[in-house]
Write a protein that binds this ligand. Sequence first.
Ligand SMILES: [Zn+2]
Length: 318
Amino acid sequence: MKQLKAHFLTTIMTKMLGVLIFLALGICDTAVAQQESLRLKYFGAAGWEIQDGNLTVLIDPYISRLKLGTGPGVSPKDKRKTVERSDAYVSDTLLIDSIITKADFILAHHSHFDHLGDVPYIAKKTGAKVIGTETSCNILRAYGIPNEQLYPVKGGEDYQFENFSIKVIPTLHSALNDKHYIDSRTYTEVPEAPLKVSEFIEGGSLMFLIRFKRHSVLTMGSMNFIERELLGQEPDILLAGVNRSQLGLYKYNERLLKVTNNPGIIIPTHWDNFRLPYGFSQEAGIEQKLIPFKEDVKRLSPKSKVLIPEHLKTIIID
Ligand SMILES: [Zn+2]
């Protein structure tokens, strides 16, 4: 009888142990799956937060979304203060604090306010390392960001960091003003802070190929590119510049998709009206810019999947 009881107890304990191990493995599995998927949160304009495990990389994080000027881009329902290009740039620090808590790296495509305006505050607050042009780095120095935090680049660099690598790619700014745009100014010395909105000059333009553990992401901050600089790059995720100015370029979608070897996932970027605060409808942009783009991709690269991002929502890619 005693033997039977002992056997019964051993069986129960073995079974319980089995259940515990199964549960522990299950929890680990879920944790590993979450750790391994790439998470992309859209900030609007050309701004992104990309997380791979514990690594957080921000791209052109523009959160303040200034109510700039009085043109058709602003809404009478937006009760914020109107800002002019001749005004000093002021970040909405409360809003930034509610959205950004941590960053290891910030990548800046160019130095216009809708790309770099909030970077001085975010770099100071998070201590993130910033990769950008000499102009971007000099603007950040003006706001007291130390050299140890800055990686000035020209395009062509290919840098290995602890858990990822970044290839910096030279590119062209969007062909604004119906192709009449060019701005060759740079800051070769540190300007005086605070800068006016208009003093966030382009300072040259970059793209980035970010190689994470299981995914590579090619980022754009403008609606333009230099075809030969993209030859041989085969990202699995493309953040494609989509707005209006690319419509004046020769076969933009076709050349972009072909030279990047038809990426599996394509996410349009810099397509929204960034003069409107978060929470305002962006339906017009989706209908007029993204739906035609999606249709075109379907025709040109049927296996590619176009994902339409929403402000402050996260896209998870396994
Ligand atoms: Zn720009």
